[in-house]
Design a protein around this ligand. Structure first.
Ligand code: ANZ
Ligand code: ZN
Length: 798
């Protein structure tokens, strides 16, 4: 009988539908294995997407075999710009396009045969879902964590919307690649900074890749330093700076303020005012990334001086766009001898360079900024001290004199949370002339997205919703007077920041999650997804969870206990993507080789955490392997287990289990291949394989290739599903090979005896032989070595 993948797969998909393999029973433990849910684009899935989904499914099935009831849900992150842009182009409602895409994604995902809980499916654009996205916003608003602010924000001129810092990569819009500019707009902000310290500290307890934890820590960007006040000469005024290098204070030779600093115009002298105003205007049109990275320094002198509080030096005050308004205090003391940017600025504008730290303790001519630690010089009472010591002593001194204080600073900014677009959750507040901003009443949620004629962004900074008067005009929940609805919508991240809490009870209309489901399922045990979400989604989800913890919705502070980032699938060296035209669709491969082969190849392709190159021939190899397994089992004549069969069985369980536990899934597959080969050899030698060993192989294979495993399981006479079995166990004492004693000869003469395993590798046998023959071999050169397996070692030496 031939292996017929298509027939088998159809048969078992139907069986599983009738008899689910992942069911809750009283005695079962619970395990939550979550995929990052997809954005249902119009492009469909390619084999690159499959990698993560197969991986999490193998893991889920592995947990099922460990006796868990596994929650393995799937849903759709369906709000956002692509659907809206598509709607504008094709003149179809985003909801219509989304529904079509979801149907196609779902069909494709069903081909993976993952054990998804389709009855728990969620969709972020479903009003019953976004009711709770809005509810969380209301709670944040009530708790002072959502607030309005007029501020210059990142603006994508092509998407015509504001963007969060996290959505700007190298100065470009993360979605469309256009250069991001600044625009002054009224924004809704979320105070994620209130959680900076906890977001940083709690990283420690997470079983996440170190790389991701580091990316989050860097993004939060905590730095220790000091705030120091500099008096302005001839004015009753001081300027506060933030520095991480208080040890360099004696080397400050000028100051620079951000062009947006509140005191700039007041400080500028009359002669300088016109030039200053022009510079301030020019800077406002530049993106912050350009400002940080522009090689050529620019700036204008304000005409005024500050005084170094330690040595009384006069420091000219400048403005320059390399100083950012929203970091630290927006003003810096400049130490060109020890900071590269200050060095470049000093060279350009011929400002003094004072060295205060040196390697040797001697002053040198500096060709560039010296940024290392060293010995203090030109620093009054601190001379001769190590700079690391001065870093502590100088702030202490400043505090004692009341001219500065030690502080910490975070790079993390509050989250710009409003979008001027249609296809998102309406922000559930109204603006009332009498009462100001008022939250919508909880019982009036959800605030439904109304139908509009045109989705086109207005470009004025107002969302298309602003044009729908009957929707915008409403009454104030507080005073009943006329009020207008907020017309901004939420960013795409809103729905995905808490979705993992909704899966256990997607239809619960009383609460976001019931206490019972919360206790049973969350936090998530294993989260699988791409590393591209290291700072965006994963940071937001942690923030939301901490907030929901604070208001008592959940009783934990971290959403994802364990995280696994799968590598990308590449082809011809490039990431697989529709835009690169190098996409391999799973549909044809499933048709040709079956789902099991594709599943197994997805994991065989390389270490799961690394990027791996796709090769169509590789799946052919896996397909041949499954045929070999099929032949091994279907043509087997059961025999009594020999010692060697037992040994192989225990060794196989041991190897596969260890590799599973350490997530080396590609080596699990090569292990299957290696052990199947051994079993095929044994089958030839012994005329067959014992029942237990064959059954064990099938159970081990089941998470990877569920259909063929079920079929073979049935073939060997079992009536229950293979997934009702327990993951096999091993006995280490049964894994040792039988040993025999063999002779070692040197040039035909007996040199001693050694003990070797029957199947011990030649290399290791020869090493043992060298040991016993060491005396005989001394001073000689080995010409040739022969190992006759299981019998004798002969070393020819002269
Ligand atoms: C004096 C100094 C001397 C500095 C020296 C550095 C080296 P991180 O580590 O990123 O926190 N700085 C402070 N506020 C700034 C702003 N708004 N825009 C641009 N630069 C700013 O960096 C802190 C350092 O960056 C501060 O320490 C300050 O320069 C600069 F040898 O002060 B330093
Ligand atoms: Zn009112």
């Amino acid at each position: 009988m031939q292996y017929n993948a298509q027939a088998i797969e159809q048969k078992w998909r139907k069986r599983w539908e009738e008899n689910p393999i992942n069911e809750d029973t009283e005695d079962k433990k619970h395990y939550y294995c979550l995929d990052m849910f997809p954005y249902p684009s119009g492009n469909g899935l390619h084999v690159g997407h499959w990698r993560g989904y197969v991986l999490s499914d193998v893991w889920s099935r592995y947990q099922i075999l460990h006796g868990y009831h596994v929650l393995h849900p799937m849903g759709w992150d369906a709000f956002g710009l692509p659907a809206e842009n598509y709607a504008i182009q094709k003149k179809v409602h985003p909801a219509t396009a989304t529904a079509e895409n979801v149907a196609n994604f779902k069909r494709q995902l069903q081909e993976i045969s993952a054990v998804y809980d389709w009855d728990k499916e969620i969709n972020t654009t479903d009003p019953n879902y976004y009711k709770w996205t809005q509810w969380i916003f209301l709670k944040m608003f009530e708790n002072g964590l959502a607030y309005e602010k007029e501020m210059p924000i990142n603006w994508c001129p092509s998407c015509k919307t504001g963007l969060a810092n996290e959505e700007v990569k190298d100065g470009e819009c993360d979605r469309c690649g256009s250069t991001v500019t600044k625009k002054n707009l009224r924004q809704w902000m979320l105070k994620i900074t209130a959680y900076a310290e906890r977001l940083l500290n709690d990283l420690e307890g997470l079983e996440w890749p170190e790389k991701v934890k580091k990316m989050q820590a860097d993004w939060i960007g905590k730095s220790y330093g000091a705030e120091i006040d500099f008096n302005v000469e001839g004015m009753d005024k001081s300027i506060k700076v933030f520095t991480t290098r208080p040890d360099t204070l004696y080397g400050a030779s000028f100051m620079v303020l951000a062009p947006e600093h509140a005191d700039v115009l007041e400080l500028a002298t009359d002669e300088q005012k016109a030039e200053v105003e022009k510079y301030v205007f020019d800077a406002s049109t530049k993106s912050s990334v350009d400002r940080m990275t522009d090689k050529e320094k620019t700036g204008v002198f304000l005409g005024r001086y500050a005084v170094n509080p330690l040595n009384g030096n006069k420091l000219p005050i400048w403005i320059s766009d390399y100083v950012l308004a929203d970091y630290g205090t927006g003003a810096i003391m400049c130490v060109p001898a020890h900071d590269e940017r200050d060095f470049a600025f000093a060279k350009k504008f011929e400002l003094p360079i004072i060295q205060v730290i040196s390697k040797t303790g001697e002053e040198e001519t500096l060709e560039e900024a010296y940024t290392e630690e060293g010995i203090m010089i030109n620093s009054g009472d601190f001379n001769g001290m190590k700079s690391s010591e001065a870093k502590v002593k100088i702030p202490d001194y400043l505090e004692s004199k009341n001219i500065g204080k030690k502080t910490t600073n975070y790079k993390l900014r509050d989250w710009v949370f409003s979008r001027q677009r249609y296809w998102g959750e309406p922000i559930p507040v109204v603006h009332c002339d009498c009462c100001g901003v008022v939250g919508v009443k909880e019982e009036d949620l959800p605030v439904r997205l109304p139908d509009v004629e045109s989705y086109e962004p207005t470009g004025t900074g107002e969302s298309p919703l602003a044009g729908i008067e009957e929707w915008v005009n409403t009454t104030c929940p507080k005073c009943g007077g006329p009020a207008k609805r907020e017309t901004n919508t939420m960013p795409q991240w809103a729905g995905s920041s808490w979705y993992f809490l909704r899966y256990p009870n997607p239809n619960n209309d009383k609460e976001l999650i019931s206490k019972e489901d919360m206790k049973k399922w969350v936090p998530v045990d294993m989260y699988v997804g791409g590393i591209e979400h290291a700072v965006l989604h994963l940071l937001y989800a942690r923030f939301y969870t901490k907030f929901l913890n604070d208001i008592g919705v959940v009783d934990f502070a971290e959403p994802f206990k364990r995280l696994f980032n799968q590598g990308m699938v590449t082809k011809d060296g490039a990431k697989m993507s529709k835009s690169k035209g190098n996409v391999v669709s799973p549909d044809e491969l499933v048709e040709k080789y079956g789902c099991d082969s594709l599943r197994m190849y997805e994991l065989f392709i390389g270490p799961p955490e690394l990027d791996s190159e796709w090769d169509d021939r590789g799946i052919e190899g896996v397909y041949r392997f499954l045929n070999k397994v099929w032949k091994l089992v279907s043509e087997n004549k059961e025999v009594e287990a020999t010692k060697e069969m037992e040994r192989i069985r225990h060794k196989m369980v041991y190897d596969i289990t260890l590799r599973m536990e350490s997530f080396n899934l590609n080596t699990v597959v090569s292990g299957f291949m290696q052990y199947t080969n051994s079993l095929v050899d044994l089958q030839k030698q012994a005329g067959g394989i014992d029942h237990e060993t064959i059954k064990t192989l099938i159970v081990l294979l089941a998470p990877f290739v569920p259909h063929i495993s079920e079929e073979l399981w049935e073939m060997v006479g079992e009536t229950d599903s293979v997934f009702k079995q327990s993951w096999p166990t091993y006995d280490e004492s049964k894994m040792v090979e039988d040993e025999i004693e063999i002779a070692v000869q040197v040039s035909g003469k007996m040199a001693g005896k050694i003990k070797v395993g029957v199947d011990e590798a030649e290399e290791s046998v020869l090493a043992k032989a060298h040991e016993v023959a060491a005396a005989r071999l001394e001073g000689k050169q080995i010409v040739k070595e022969i190992y006759v397996k299981g019998r004798i070692v002969n070393i020819v030496a002269k």
